[in-house]
Design a protein around this ligand. Sequence first.
Ligand code: FAD
Ligand code: NAP
Length: 339
Amino acid sequence: MSAAVQSQVSLKPFNSFGIEVKARYFAQARSDDDVRGLLAYAGEHELPVMVIGGGSNLLLTQDIPALVVRMDSSGIRLLSDDAGRVVVEAEAGEPWHPFVQWTLAHGLVGLENLSLIPGTVGAAPMQNIGAYGVEIKDVFAGLTALDRQTGELRDFSLEECDFAYRDSYFKRNPGRWVILRVRFALGRNAPLHLDYGPVRQRLSEHGIEQPSAQQVSDAICSIRREKLPDPAQLGNAGSFFKNPVISAELAARIRLDQPSLVGYPQADGQVKLAAGWLIETAGWKGYRDGDAGVHQLQALVLVNHGQASGSQLHELARKIQADIFKRFGVELEMEPNLY
Ligand code: FAD
Ligand code: NAP
């Protein structure tokens, strides 16, 4: 094992909220051997282990009394290229957006709508990352994970990952698996997904009616840059709450009071609400309590204006949840992983 274990390491550079907490021990894993070595080290020293990637989906509310292992492995490879179906594998530590750009530069279609999502390849299956009508389950071809209970490697199929909206088998079973590498089935002439939000309109504004996958990616990057705070400038973890899926009856009741309610009918008859709309309508957009706040352009994003602690952000989140439940009878579920 080449990974060095350090003690009392600040996690501020390793979480996109920019929250100052310390890891009791910290190490970066660049290979399967590093992961195995660090797990053995933790076993010998009776330490719990926390695996992280880019730290863009974490809310850290305390010092972490564990060995924090940051995945830093690299490598992208073409596994097969068969009648337009191309399987690509990337190591867990590869940063997500550069990986998407790599696939586009190789003429591969499928990940363009997931451009500019922060984080790593290895974390992407955790919550089945999604944006603009595409989730990784749509192009997922398998992954390899290390079982921390047995030390064995296991390949997971699409079915075994049991992906759902911002959810997966791995999110429901935290701590057992270290995802080492992920495979995606991409196309050379696969259809593009343009009918979501302002994507087609943004392309039209640039006179593009028959876009390439790269042009879709560029359009999505420009939309995202306008709406979302850059964690390097303003700490955040993206959407703080999942979009709630509620019964059609409750949606109809809310609409009596709020005719402009934004709701998307689901295949099972339920209705998905835009959590950002609920929070904005309740008046929280731009709210600030000390350094914990709600972003002024996108009410779904909680932000750290500087020195907010994880507990302060968590407290703000709880106030918003209580208020939304009181006003609309809707429960908001947190999206970031709370530690
Ligand atoms: P981390 O935050 O480091 O970890 C997340 C969880 O996964 C933790 O529980 C961690 O223990 C676990 N984990 C990480 N790596 C591994 C591994 N290799 N093996 C096992 N467990 C692991 N998400 C979306 O779905 N769609 C979006 O459009 C989107 N936009 C965002 C925009 C912004 C500005 C920000 C800040 C976040 C956004 N996110 C979005 C959330 C986040 O980027 C994703 O969830 C991303 O996949 C997290 O990756 P990460 O490497 O940073 O994971
Ligand atoms: P938006 O386009 O303003 O839309 C608001 C909400 O309405 C979104 O959350 C989206 O749900 C839903 N929506 C919009 N069009 C829809 C359609 N045609 N069918 C069904 N649902 C629709 O949202 P935004 O905040 O700018 O984000 C754009 C995309 O990036 C969304 O897909 C969003 O999920 C993703 N994103 C995610 C994060 C994160 O941290 N998880 C952060 C930023 C952006 P969905 O969220 O279910 O798509």
